[in-house]
Design a protein around this ligand. Sequence first.
Ligand code: NDP
Length: 474
Amino acid sequence: MKHYPMIINGHAIDSHDRLSIVNPATSEVFATCARASEHHVDTAVHAAKMAFTDWSIRPDQERKALIHELGALIEEHKDELIELVVCETGKPVVGLGGVGATMEVMGASIWSHVTADINLPDEIIQDDETAYVAVTRKPLGVVASVTPWNWPLLIAIWHLIAAIRAGNTVVIKPSELTPLTTARFVQLANSVLPPGVLNIVMGAGDIGQRLTSAPAVNKVVFTGSTATGKRIMAAASNSLKRLVLELGGNDAAIVLPGSNLDRIASDIFAAAFHNNGQTCACLKRLYVHESQYGALCERLVAVARGLKIGNGLNPDIELGPIQNEAQRTIVENLVAAATREGGQILCGGKRIEGLGYFYEPTLVAGLTNGCELVDQEQFGPVLPIISYPSIKEAIRLANDSPNGLGGSVWGDDLAQAEEVGRQLECGTVWINGHGGVQPDAPFGGVKESGFGVEFGRFGLEECTSIQTVKIHRQ
Ligand code: NDP
């Protein structure tokens, strides 16, 4: 069985303790990885701190060239990485709407190249006979990254490429459920980067907390649940660490009256169900005007009934299993609550018996805000469809949530859709789409979905502090 070590200060480090990694399509252990102790975490943070001195002053063009090399390495090893993503996450090679393991790996390469080419030049405030005043961007130091199990490689790349591009060094701690693709990437990256610039520790229990509260860590970037994000924020106050928290979402979508349902139904379905709904910015609450409610429900049920579900290694498969049994139980409990609260199960509604953590894609009608399935992030293949009487009420219902990651408006009148979209309380709003992110546009949440952004210039700036330089000329 293949085994993956940690990488600390450029060296492969093993441990007595090991984590067993389960393939969610078969429920079987298919690989193992080293399990960090607190000592490993401290050693990794120290290595990153030592490496920062040289990396932070390395000429920008050299850092840029090395990050392009990382992007090329991902592409060179794409077949191996795609298979690893499928085996550890369950997500299919291609997947519903093309949102699968291939997109994850190729996206990781593209994100690396695009981020490599973003520059943060000095901004000149004053340049005259009395003074020269410029604002410069400086790296922060050691960045701790804690990543989740839904998009392990892509989210790792989002965290760490921007950090090292800006001159920081990194210790990454992937989810204990899906550490392997990240471990393999870090191993490959260390054939290019100087030792200590990028380190990985794998573990479970309190390894994440040990890492994010280490005094030498200057910034934490975390993607995961709001509850864990709040704990990280509380611990970060000790040494005033910088934070980027990309937390849970409960994204609303509003379908405006008079929409061409044939044009949008399958896109809406894919936005909610790709990767089995296990994406922070999946469409998670669907608000449909009462005049089109029944018609859209029918179309969505037809899409659900035609899906190919199975082991994602088969290229025809659109939906794989849920990533872990605990998440399947969350989904199951929310569906049970929906039934108790008067929801009608239009299709699905139960686990698929046999090996793996499969669950039928499930559509639920007849609920509204205040019901558990509407109010809580389901993070699984189940979507509540809610009828609304007026656009004003739809906006109120969409904003009636502690979360604020993304939102969308669907309709034929783009100006009207945009006007409604701009009233949604969320970090990104999409019109006639949902969840599409790109490496040059910022992405992040508001309210309890977190703060700080990733991607593009704005994301890179989050990896720096400002230094104002003033040169007196008189
Ligand atoms: P969590 O959000 O709780 O994250 C677990 C990870 O955080 C582990 O790596 C853990 O490492 C680390 N961690 C836990 N506590 C701390 C801490 N105090 N400081 C630093 N790191 C810490 O994820 P779960 O897997 O439990 O998922 C729970 C829910 O989160 C899901 O049901 C889903 O709703 C949501 N979720 C959202 C995601 C998103 O993309 N926004 C992604 C995945 C899940 P260790 O055990 O070593 O401490």
